[in-house]
Design a protein around this ligand. Sequence first.
Ligand code: GRF
Length: 226
Amino acid sequence: MAAAVDNPLPIVVLISGRGSNLQSIIDSVAAGELPVEIRAVISNRPDVPGLQHASQAGIPTRVIDNSHYPDRAAFDAALQAAIDDYRPELVVLAGFMRILTSAFVRHYRGRMLNIHPSLLPEFPGLNTHQRVLDAGREETGATIHFVTEEIDGGPPILQARVPVLAGDDADSLAARVLEQEHRMYPVVIRWYAEGRVQLDTEGRVRLDDVPLERPRLQDSGAGAPC
Ligand code: GRF
């Protein structure tokens, strides 16, 4: 059923660090623009700034420290148990820097989103901005996609394009991309909460019940796609 502000969609957000995308989601909820309840923020690293953002907003936090688990399967099982304690209908990966096991990904099929700072399928993985610069690209961007077993390979929902400017280094480019990221996640989470976007049984994104041939494109100005 579609969520409304008086019937918010329960979500859990996973982070590993700074948490600026988390903050943009928190701000959108606080502004009454996003009909979700952030039931918990879970980090795989202790003492990261994103946990403070959550606490300041009164959101419960948990740390499931991956260094305390013997292998990926044990960590993912603990993480899954922690997430499911909160009974979310959507899991949002916001700078969560862990490769996930197939079992974990399958458990949340169609219920887990990720954001990646490139125009996927180009430049999956780490050190994205430096690799974009090294390749001499004139344009990059960011992508929100459903999570599947292929790393950064799930079907894309929304992209934003960002120019690479003369004199950019990885930090300046990351900052320009991040501005777009902060606008994107609230938009896609709202679509999901309103029941407008789904992953269908054939692995395609459906938006307003129409399969997307390619991701929606966010304009670069103040307006958000609707
Ligand atoms: C973002 O660039 C996101 O796309 C990537 O990791 C970064 C996380 O930043 N997956 P933050 O923790 O949300 O500030």
